[in-house]
Design a protein around this ligand. Sequence first.
Ligand code: AMP
Ligand code: ZN
Length: 455
Amino acid sequence: MILLYNTLTKKIEEFKPLKNKKVGLYACGPTVYHHAHIGNLRAYLFEDILKRVLIHQGFKVKHIMNITDVGHLTSNGDTGEDKMEKGSRREKKSAWEIAKFYTQSFLKDTANLNILPPDKLPRATDHIKEQINLIKLLEKKGFTYRTADGIYFDTSKLPDYGKLARLRSQDLKAGARVEFGEKKNITDFALWKFSPSGEKRQMEWKSPWGLGFPGWHIECSAMATKYLGQPFDIHAGGIDHIPVHHTNEIAQSEAAFDKSLANVWMHSEFLLISETKMAKSGDNFITLTTLIEKGFSPLAYRYFLLQGHYRKQLNFTWEALEAAQTGLERLYEAARRLPKKLPENKTLPEAFHKHITNDLDLPGGLALIWKAVNEKTIDQKTLLHFDEILGLDIKKNIKEKKAAALPLEIEKLVKQRDTARENKNWDESDRLRQELEQHGYSVIDTKEGTKIIEK
Ligand code: AMP
Ligand code: ZN
């Protein structure tokens, strides 16, 4: 049994998949106009943990993550510049080159953090046809209207608009003093934007309404339904998506198909730095590369994130990251000294599973592991099993250190012997074999060179 907090019902619920043991998971991906900052990466790590827990509990997960490479404007209110064009101007590269470059950067970061790759990473620009078809359907059903700058979704036509964020219509009316151009309601949003007249956009397409580009939200509705059907099981993303992006995804998908978009909605809280939100445009912009350049391992950052629950804000400090790196190294060190296998003990795995299936309580799971390590009640086999969720490469680190633990003097002799053999200096090679044997090693010659085994 897995308990998950559902933003839609505001309750912790038992997760029940729509189809047997198969789970459809959609997560909103990056807007590829810049590197991801470590705050963004927190959202993807939360989804990775969710996915690993589901897999661990025997589910087959189909994980779709979109790549936003067009249409995300600098303001959430459908005004401002397209972030891709902004990136293009900043770096004097085409918007397409920017998208390609930062998609690669995103993939590198997530791989460094041991985030399991999604099954598909569909790009918004590869799904223009699907988005146009969805807008056509909404138009046919009477949910759209036209303004000078685009085709908009009329949120007043949906009685339960805003249910995810519990937006109340009286609050929205109160907010209506804000400038909102030709929009009929403050919450209405663009489905299709027209290319500005007299200006050539780099990314634009023909549509029944005129030359232009899709609004930001429509890509997720179109691609989620294409790859997962509707409804699907879980939709995930950062908490800032609740009031606008996810609210609008729900509105347009449910208006189009008269059924719910997803059963469970899950959101991760922000990473803060100096108590304020990290943002791509702010001064407090830290990337994973910054951490690596400062000598931290990416997995130390993963470990740091695992110490906080995904529904709580987490404050980033360099001291906390240092503590995480030390903690992780201590865990590797402890893992090396653990017995390979103790007599079977079901209590510990049961307690661990209880934590991770209790709305992904990884901090609780980690605390339990440390307690067991200190009490010497955990073996390597169990820890490696838990690492399928933690994703901290414990196995690799147990092995690597063993290899590196060869005394320097012995390593030197092995190297000297390889050189002697390359130079066909057989006497020297024999002498070095004897020396190694005196140190307690058997020597084997292989194609890759000298191999030694402790006698
Ligand atoms: P973006 O690339 O700007 O669309 O953002 C990608 C993801 O990062 C979204 O799911 C956001 O909710 C999330 N996000 C943005 N800023 C932060 C932050 N400071 N902490 C955690 N998640 C964030
Ligand atoms: Zn989305």
